[in-house]
Design a protein around this ligand. Structure first.
Ligand code: NAD
Length: 497
């Protein structure tokens, strides 16, 4: 049995923890490895190494920092195949989708390579006679990143390159379900020349997370995961004086207007609902069909859902793989059954899917449910599976009210051929990331990613310019260099110009 260790002070480390957790291949149901869980002593060792490393790394020249980032970028790019295989074996998503998430991670590394430009401060000459004011930003110190199962490479890369480029040491606590890519990325950072202790990996469960949230030498927490955990992380970490950004769950709606190209909308809806088995925080899980778009749209989405090839993600023609765990499958099936019992219409039913040769895998097929009402659990819960619910509304205004009444505000989209409808939508929805005829509007790396309401706690979005701001603290210097050294006499008034 493969044992997965931690990565502490530049090397794999077994640590002193005795507990382990099994790691599964969701397509086969087989246990592929045992993951070591860190003890409290391992946590202390890791944080101490990070604190020491942060002192020298934060002081190193920008030229040397960026040399490491450029090298890391090359190494990740040359290990896409290996990283994708690891993602598919532990997460289940199809290989091309795994490569897609690595591509989005590479975008963030490339953005971080431009850190000298991003860290440029401001300078004001002669603000008062003989006085200049200037500003710069310094690293916060030790950053811990706690990441979810659904993007084993991309989400850690939303955080680590930005935290490291800005001069911090970074401790990654990955999801116990997908630990292997974190270890490979640790090796690649080391090969890129990153000093020991600047990037470390500590595996564990809620005890390790609690230790990070309360440790006096951890300065900032970046979290991505479900909303209840994001809320808890924010409350505990802020109570312990840390800065926190905690991205939570989602229930992303897409409005389809009667004037939309319905074939195009159905293609995008199917891809955004069933890609990665619906396990994306930006997945579209609610189609809001406006007026007489509904019947034809549902028929077109049905045709596409029935066409999705659900297979082991390693197979070349697979469109969709399994869901992450038996618990997740059971929750999805239960929620779909509740909607059916409450009177919703089953258009496509993936509950009983069996994939030949993979009977022990964690499967749910694409599922489409029409005539869903807001009081049903299928509307209220983040199902996080390949399930698209259709809610019918009379007009755009009703669709916008629906979206704004939802507690989440991560992503949303509108399909329309009307610029006026699109503009009204973009200005009226209480959502952080909006697509106009684009179903998964994940911002490029030089913008920042973040939702509103229960989809994000804290006030900084992740990566991009807001990432730079989150991982640094500003200093403003007011400076006077008198040309002659003579006392001007003490003034007891508040300084004025
Ligand atoms: P999760 O909240 O269960 O776990 C996320 C991380 O928190 C993991 O590392 C896990 O070990 C840790 N954790 C879990 N329970 C904890 C607890 N009680 N105390 C402390 N730590 C705990 O999320 P998941 O199931 O791994 O991922 C899916 C969720 O993540 C979905 O809700 C999805 O929408 C969300 N997500 C959001 C974004 C975003 O950008 N907003 C991106 C990806 C995923």
């Amino acid at each position: 049995m493969t044992i997965i260790n931690h990565f502490i002070s530049g090397a794999e480390a077994a640590g002193s923890g005795t507990a382990t957790k099994p790691v599964f291949n969701p397509a086969t149901g087989a246990v592929t490895a045992e993951l070591r869980l860190a003890s409290a002593a391992d946590l202390d060792t890791t944080v101490a190494a990070a604190k020491k490393a942060a002192e020298s790394w934060g002081d190193i020249s920008l030229a040397k920092r960026t040399a490491v980032l450029f090298k890391f970028r090359e190494l990740v790019a040359s290990h896409v195949e290996e990283l994708a295989q690891l993602i598919t074996s532990e997460h289940g998503k199809v290989l091309n989708d795994a490569k897609g998430e690595i591509g989005r991670g590479l975008d963030v590394i490339e953005f971080a390579c431009g850190i000298p430009q991003l860290l440029k401060g401001e300078y004001s000459d002669q603000v008062s006679t003989g006085i200049d004011v200037f500003s710069f930003r310094e690293p916060v110190g030790v950053v811990a990143g706690i990441t979810p199962f659904n993007f084993p490479v991309m989400v850690p890369l939303w955080m680590a390159p930005m935290a490291i480029a800005t001069g911090n040491a970074f401790i990654l606590k990955p999801s116990h379900r997908v630990p292997s890519t974190a270890m490979l990325m640790a090796e690649l950072w080391k090969e890129a020349g990153l000093p020991d202790g600047v990037f470390q990996v500590l595996h564990g469960d809620r005890d390790v997370v609690s230790g990070l949230l309360t440790h006096p030498d951890v300065d900032a927490i970046s979290f991505v995961g479900s909303t209840p955990v994001a809320r808890h992380i924010t409350e505990v970490a802020t109570a312990h004086g840390k800065r926190v950004q905690a991205l939570g769950g989602a229930k992303n709606h897409a409005i389809v207007m009667p004037d939309a190209d319905l074939d195009n909308a159905a293609d995008h809806l199917a891809a955004a609902a069933f890609g990665s088995a619906g396990q994306r925080c930006m997945a579209i899980s609610v189609a809001v069909a406006v007026g007489d778009a509904a019947d034809l749209l549902v028929k077109k989405v049905q045709e596409r859902a029935l066409d999705v090839k659900v297979k082991n993600g390693t197979e070349a023609d697979a469109d969709m793989g399994p869901v992450i765990s038996p618990e997740s499958r059971d929750f999805i099936v239960k929620t779909v059954s509740e909607a059916e019992a409450a009177g919703a219409a089953m258009v496509v039913d993936g509950r009983d899917l069996v994939v030949p040769g993979h009977e022990e895998g964690f499967w749910v097929g694409p599922t489409v449910i029409d005539h869903v009402k807001t009081e049903m659990s299928a509307y209220q819960e983040e199902i996080f599976g390949p399930v698209l619910v259709v809610v019918r509304v009379n007009d755009l205004e009703e669709g916008i009210r629906l979206i704004n009444s939802n507690p989440y505000g991560n992503g949303t989209a509108i399909f329309t051929s009307s610029g006026a409808a699109a503009r009204k939508f973009q200005r009226s929805v209480d959502v952080g990331m909006i697509g106009i005829n684009v179903p998964l509007p994940v911002p490029v790396a030089y913008y920042s990613f973040g939702g509103w309401k229960a989809s994000l706690f804290g006030d900084k979005h992740i990566y991009g310019p807001e990432g730079v701001s989150f991982y640094t603290r500003g200093k403003v210097i007011t400076s006077r260099w008198p040309e002659t050294n003579h006392a001007s006499g003490a003034s007891y008034n508040f300084p004025s110009n």
